[in-house]
Design a protein around this ligand. Structure first.
Ligand code: ADP
Ligand code: MG
Length: 602
């Protein structure tokens, strides 16, 4: 084929491809325009996850009628004129590409009015071609309507994820921007329901509740520090609050949401040794950096930036986060308390320390294991650990093992409970320490999965119905999972916006808090999981069981302790919890004898 210039239509679709990837990218560009225009109130309406409609209405400065056609032209912007200005950008937009890009892959209508003009004007653009300008009566501000996104780029449409996922991306985006701009009023609705509404009163924690739910919002730690003209504010999760992916780690730099690997790393370093392997914090951090120190013009969708002094910013983020974490949780390293803590990393530490104290050095252990009689029971079974292999590499679980999945445990005689966390038991060959939480998780999981396999999960009605309010994105997920929940013995009904009523739950979980179970089901839910798949059911079951299981720090009666051991003995894979962590540690008679120096003596 000979070389020729692309038609402007093709060229603009190519350009649009870089800026507009999915419905959420449209929302992001339109939000940024509204914010740049000084809007105090922004109303977003979407239909069919933004595929059918995205409308963003603001009360900002508006666009003069005579400039409207220019606004949708490529490389047309009111925010930048000289190239030097690129290094002192204080607006979110500057590339002059968003409206043109959106206009070339959708049916776009802009209606706008400025204060100085008595009426407004409206312009329609379809597939990149602008129609005539008409005059309309309207209030000051701008409304951009984007219909049938990608209608002329079917290939792009095919790349979009499910409505649930696309919708979630929009919910998350808007909520995060609302959090970044708490003094602005945001309203997001899907035509039927209001998904998010903020008051603009500047209260970030209230918006945080919309993002994560009230419980989580309450636990989030506020961060704030300043250094050499830069500042950081926002929220980070305590070490007890984690997710299985990095998706909840977000940064805003100078009011713009950006993805930056080095910032993520800096943050994770702040959590170093405080989290289990494979667990990640939740953060929403707002960095303010002098404009001259960051280059925002390195990514077509402005999603990435470059720093003049990356080291400096990196260290600033890392130190600020670490300081906050330590200020709120002085536990790590120094004699941590076992009481009342849940199974999170700081609480894990005593487990290691305690062991070292009990059995001395790892070295000795391996000697013990090297012997032919080396005790297999020390080892975890070969279930793939979800996340924690290395953190849990305390005594006895260090080696990968070939022990069969079904390796049983011996009959145990209960001695008692220590630290309200471990059960101590005697077996035919020594002492067993059982982690009550992990053990109970295993017991619940196997019962639930057995009942599930038999298609018979006994469900029990609650005497008092429990209403649970979830954050908007979870709400949507939960609705898609209602049939699945029923399957699992939950009877849950929609009960107003973002609120559900739990009427019954699996009899197995009776006595536990139904709202905890419900939250566990949705919080870590991966974007594209389809609840119909078997392994996902197992994963969800494991997640609920984890929440429902007795916690470390919970005192159990003698009967409860004994029952737990008996039930654990009856399990198919009693040696690990459903997430692959060990339920018990064995100290063999042999090893005890070595430790007490009895062996050599005899
Ligand atoms: P950019 O934001 O990079 O300048 P856009 O294509 O997003 O490019 O917008 C082009 C121009 O249209 C902006 O520079 C601004 O002058 C005007 N504009 C767009 N949206 C709005 C809005 N909501 N309110 C006021 N002016 C707007
Ligand atoms: Mg813009």
């Amino acid at each position: 084929m000979p070389i020729r210039l692309l038609s402007s239509e093709v060229a603009s679709q190519i350009a649009a491809g870089e800026v507009i990837e999915r419905p959420a990218s449209v929302v992001k560009e339109l939000l940024e325009n509204a914010l740049d225009a000084g809007a105090r109130s922004i109303t977003i309406t979407i239909e069919e996850a933004g595929k059918k409609l995205i409308e963003v209405a603001d009360d900002g400065s508006g666009i003069p009628a005579e400039e409207l056609e220019l606004a949708v032209a490529r490389h047309a912007t009111s925010k930048l004129s000289r190239s030097e200005d690129l290094f002192s950008i204080s607006t979110l937009g500057f590339r002059g590409e968003a409206l043109a890009s959106i206009g070339s892959v959708s049916r776009l209508t802009i209606t706008s009015r400025v204060q100085a003009q008595p009426e407004g004007a409206r312009l329609r653009v379809e597939g990149g071609v602008a129609g005539g300008l008409i005059k309309v009566g309207t209030t000051v501000g701008t409304t951009v309507r984007v219909e049938d996104l990608f209608y002329n780029v079917p290939a792009r449409l095919k790349f979009l994820k499910s409505d649930v996922t696309e919708r979630r991306a929009i919910d998350m985006l808007v909520t995060r921007y609302a959090l970044a701009y708490p003094e602005k009023r945001f309203k997001l609705s899907d035509g039927k329901n209001v998904i998010l509404q903020t008051t603009g009163d500047g209260d970030r924690r209230a918006i945080l509740a919309a993002l994560y739910g009230v419980d989580v919002a309450k636990q989030m730690l506020e961060i704030g520090s300043e250094e050499q003209g830069s500042s950081i504010s926002g929220f980070i999760s305590p070490t007890s609050l984690t997710r299985s992916n990095r998706r909840e780690i977000t940064f805003f730099i100078n009011g713009r949401w950006v993805h930056d690997v080095s910032l993520n790393t800096a943050l994770l370093q702040a959590y170093h040794t405080l989290l289990m392997v494979g667990r990640y914090p939740l953060t929403t951090l707002f960095l303010k950096i002098p404009a001259a120190e960051v280059d925002v013009n390195v990514h077509p969708a402005k999603a990435e930036v470059r720093f003049r002094d990356q080291e400096k910013i990196f260290s600033f983020v890392q130190r600020s986060a670490r300081k906050t974490l330590l200020a709120y949780s002085p536990i790590p390293n120094v004699a941590p308390s076992l009481w009342g803590t849940t199974r999170t990393m700081p609480a894990e530490q005593p487990r290691h320390t305690g062991l070292d104290w009990l059995i001395g050095h790892d070295e000795k252990l391996s000697v013990d294991r090297a012997e032919p009689s080396g005790d297999q029971r020390l080892e975890t079974d070969s279930q793939p650990p979800v996340s924690t292999q290395s953190t849990y590499s305390s005594a006895g679980t260090q080696e990968p093992t070939n022990a069969s999945q079904n390796a049983s445990i011996p009959l145990l005689r209960l001695i008692g409970q220590i630290g309200a966390t471990y059960l101590v038991a005697e077996g035919p060959d020594g002492l067993y320490l059982v982690d009550q939480h992990a053990a109970h998780e295993r017991v619940l999981f196997e019962k639930l999965m057995t009942q599930h396999a038999l298609k018979n999960i006994p469900s029990q009605s609650l005497l008092t119905l429990v209403a649970v309010t979830l954050p908007p994105h979870s709400t949507h997920l939960l609705i898609t999972q209602l049939p699945f929940l029923q399957h699992f013995g939950f009877d849950v009904e929609e009960f107003g916006p973002n609120t559900f009523q739990v009427r019954a739950m699996p009899a197995l979980f009776m006595g536990s808090d139904p709202s905890t179970a419900l939250r566990a089901l949705v919080e870590d839910f991966e974007e594209d999981e389809s609840p119909l798949q078997n392994e996902i059911e197992a994963k969800l079951a494991a997640r609920v069981c984890k929440r429902m299981a007795v916690k470390a720090g919970q005192a159990l009666s003698q009967e409860e302790q004994r029952a737990l051991l008996t039930e654990l003995e009856a399990c198919d894979s009693p040696r690990t919890c459903p997430h692959g962590r060990p339920t018990m540690i064995h100290l063999s008679v042999d090893m005890l004898e070595r430790q007490f120096g009895r062996r050599g003596a005899r």
